[in-house]
Design a protein around this ligand. Sequence first.
Ligand SMILES: *[C@@H]1O[C@H](CO)[C@@H](O)[C@H](O)[C@H]1NC(C)=O
Ligand SMILES: *[C@@H]1O[C@H](CO)[C@@H](O)[C@H](O)[C@H]1NC(C)=O
Ligand SMILES: *[C@@H]1O[C@H](CO)[C@@H](O)[C@H](O)[C@H]1NC(C)=O
Ligand SMILES: *[C@@H]1O[C@H](CO)[C@@H](O)[C@H](O)[C@H]1NC(C)=O
Ligand SMILES: *[C@@H]1O[C@H](CO)[C@@H](O)[C@H](O)[C@H]1NC(C)=O
Ligand SMILES: *[C@@H]1O[C@H](CO)[C@@H](O)[C@H](O)[C@H]1NC(C)=O
Ligand SMILES: *[C@@H]1O[C@H](CO)[C@@H](O)[C@H](O)[C@H]1NC(C)=O
Length: 487
Amino acid sequence: MRRECLCLLIVFAISFASGIRYEPTWESIDSRPLPTWYDESKLGIFVHWGVFSVPSFSSEWFWHDWKESKLPGIKAFMADNYRPDFTYADFAKDFTAEFFIAEQWASIFKSSGAKYIVFVSKHHEGYSNYPSKYSFSWNSMDVGPQRDIVGELADAIRTNTDMHFGLYHSQYEWFNPLFLQDKANNLTTQDFVNFKVLPEWYEIVNKYKPDIVWSDGDWEATDDYWKAKEYIAWLYNDSPVKDKVVINDRWGYGIGCEHGGFYTCGDRFNPGHLFKHKWENAMTIDKYSWGYRRNARLSDYLTMNQLIETFVKTVSCGGNMLLNVGPRHDGIIDPLMQERLEQMGEWMSLNGEAIYATRPWTYQNDTVNPNVWYTNKTLNGVEVVYAISLEWPSNGTLHIAAPFPSVSTTVVSLLGYQHKLNWSISSSGGMNITLPDLKGDNLPCQWAWVFKLEGLIKQKRKIPFRMPKFDVNKPPHPHYRPNVSYH
Ligand SMILES: *[C@@H]1O[C@H](CO)[C@@H](O)[C@H](O)[C@H]1NC(C)=O
Ligand SMILES: *[C@@H]1O[C@H](CO)[C@@H](O)[C@H](O)[C@H]1NC(C)=O
Ligand SMILES: *[C@@H]1O[C@H](CO)[C@@H](O)[C@H](O)[C@H]1NC(C)=O
Ligand SMILES: *[C@@H]1O[C@H](CO)[C@@H](O)[C@H](O)[C@H]1NC(C)=O
Ligand SMILES: *[C@@H]1O[C@H](CO)[C@@H](O)[C@H](O)[C@H]1NC(C)=O
Ligand SMILES: *[C@@H]1O[C@H](CO)[C@@H](O)[C@H](O)[C@H]1NC(C)=O
Ligand SMILES: *[C@@H]1O[C@H](CO)[C@@H](O)[C@H](O)[C@H]1NC(C)=O
């Protein structure tokens, strides 16, 4: 009887849920709740791979910066190493991918503790990493690897891991004649959108069923030009991924940080304070490039300290981090990048409790200790606050002032250390936590330490939520350029 009731209820709930239809308006699109898996994941891996991985010099903007920006370093590089009539398209045949083994990539990405990946199916150069029907002779089946890279990776991720598979896809293409024509018509025509952009959007979703549709290259035209709202309404109503798909906010000029699914605002967005809308910090191990750069120096790569610091701040403030790697043209992921990913995973395997499925707490950072950032979750019905310290105080005491402890109920532990920690109420307010006498390899981990606080006195939030400062008149995705002094 009860079971029957429950079944009826579930059937009713499902039919009710699927009865919702989203309209092609931002108001309607923005009203869709974000599927919970995304917020709970916290860490994703971004992968930039394409023809730009062949010159692997300057950045993934190589073609544009050579022909359009005419960077002297790139011109010199071309003049010295290639015959005079060499075109960008000539690089494609050397996009060989002979060491690309999708299962190996899946296991490398998995080792980071990430719960999803976002793979570049097409960057601004227009080359698609799958046999697109709309990208004749400029795709990974016709020239270069002669393989369906997206398909192989999607299969490997789904078969060998529990990670979600997402796709990045650029709307604009620097040199697509249809787009150039539309622009010459002041975007009063939409041939590029009708015959290239939209067909590809439908194609990648119907074919590869990505859980994330990560749009980019939107800023030169409005959402109306791109027909973005119509497309998203289809994604949410009728696509094969309608129930679990998550999208970002790069759907037209002025839309970023205002509408869509999670907000990415600009690249490497990390506001340092809470804001109410779910957001993502898309960033990259090589500070200056998303695509692989052969001449990157060691100091151009973020260190583990920097990565963990960025990650902890991001999660404390309600964001996810999308950590980018750029594989080489042959499919090798540089061992240094692999090490970063593995070490992220090492840290996560010990401290993931303070990361996955957590919420921002009352305070994001401590009120007196600049090294301490907070997260919060309910664990077995008990509210737990995690104080994550980016530093191990050498004097043996961690002083924090945001939490209100209670002598009778508060219990403090350190993830990776078996005993409860002693603590006292500090004369100046807050609490002093006595650290165990550990050093070097005996510390539970090497980069940031998680103090688990249970039985605190509940606090009301005193800090108002803030929306990020984001100037829509600035280019939304400032394009960093490495120093390309070639000589
Ligand atoms: C586009 O706009 C510019 C400036 O407003 C104008 O000079 C030009 O004639 C327009 N071109 C077309 C094809 O409408
Ligand atoms: C940390 O918290 C204080 C308020 O306690 C605030 O003034 C400060 O800007 C916050 N952010 C950072 C990055 O320290
Ligand atoms: C802590 O997280 C839980 C969800 O896990 C939430 O219900 C609660 O409101 C959070 N507490 C604060 C103070 O944000
Ligand atoms: C311990 O060192 C930290 C800096 O790591 C400092 O903020 C704190 O005041 C010191 N505490 C004592 C008791 O010296
Ligand atoms: C906590 O303090 C007690 C009493 O001083 C001591 O015996 C114990 O070893 C301390 N525990 C830790 C983890 O430091
Ligand atoms: C707690 O730490 C603060 C700051 O380091 C220090 O000034 C204070 O004396 C400590 N209080 C106790 C009771 O240890
Ligand atoms: C790039 O070169 C300029 C001038 O040589 C220098 O000031 C700057 O620090 C360099 N930037 C990087 C990231 O190396």
